[in-house]
Design a protein around this ligand. Sequence first.
Ligand code: ACO
Length: 375
Amino acid sequence: MAVAAKGLEGIIANESSLSLVDGAEGILIYRGYHIDDLVAHTTFEEVMFLLHRGKLPNRAEFDAFKADLAAKREVPEQVIAFLKSAPKDAGPMDVLRTAVSMLGLFDTRGENQNRDLNEERALSICARIPLIVAYFHRARNGLDLPPVRTDLSEAAHFLYLITGEKPTPEATRTLDVAYILHADHGMNASTFSARVTIATLSDIYSAITSAIGTLKGPLHGGANEGVIHMLEEIGDEDKVDAYVAGKLERKEKIMGIGHRVYKVLDPRAPHLRKMAVELTKQLGEPKWIKMSERIAEIMFEKKGLNANVDFYSATVYYSLGIPTDLFTPIFAISRAAGWTAQVLEQLDDNRLYRPLTDYTGPMEQPPIKPIDERD
Ligand code: ACO
């Protein structure tokens, strides 16, 4: 029997026309467009359209798509009641996972494999995830949700929902770029779990629920929260070297560093780094970025490892005033565009995922004794 590829490293699980992650060259492409060009010339909604519909929208398509997304900004009242009654100290990713699962209960249309219905569901899930995150955040702070607006972009609307105020164009564009950079990423763990779930011909809500549960872990999307906790723990630039040395000695991981696929710099990191530098300068708190730069430098020198997307996105979100435990939900907001597109693609040419296991247990045992006679 072939040797198991631990963590499925190097295994090609499926074909996809959505995103290319070139780990040797450090390139990320969505449907033929380089991530740098998308950041320079598009908005998150255009990227969503690209992922879902296979092309960049023209003006009329874009306006209709944005209006459709904005019109889907509503959550069933039973889900709102749950968000209000969830424990205030619950993890926002746990709440999001449960709420997205609940959305499935209120979609009574059945027909889990209907393409048109699933396209509609995909968009409505993308439109509702930010609302769910914001509703819970406001509710746990004893605040009502400001009325939903349909005139704001996805990024502006989320910032508006959590703060109650229309954000500046700069803050909006910063979050918009972060959304673009996180929208899709090949066969990452959460996307894989979404595809595994839908491939059983389950339903799209179950697939996205699986993805959210998978993204939450600190080895995946949860790392961005870990980065801020680490920076807070270190506290000062002159303590970085000793902190990293201690971690490496104890064989502990530094959050936001390393990647399974990228062997060179993660192409999303420089965009986030640039925004983090600008934002921390504006805030008058350059120590965060200085500490980050030093950590990245040591990790490259000592382990040959680079910063990944989570490393600088943490400082970007922190500088925007977003609470740390909403960092991973923000990742989910943008990655929902990719998850849903991947689910639709999986259904278009489906086959059940069913890999093998390299069984390492015994091949036989002594005859089974009655239960009361066993050791
Ligand atoms: N800190 C310290 N050492 C590390 C790190 C790190 N962040 N990442 C990898 N290494 C070391 C490992 O200790 C190991 O060293 P060894 O060979 O001397 O034992 C070697 O590099 C290989 O590490 P693995 O964990 O086997 O690599 P894998 O490909 O399985 O893991 C992962 C990739 C999970 C991203 C890993 O680099 C990691 O845990 N990073 C920190 C968490 C993180 O930032 N996750 C976000 C990833 S990006 C995303 O999901 C959005």
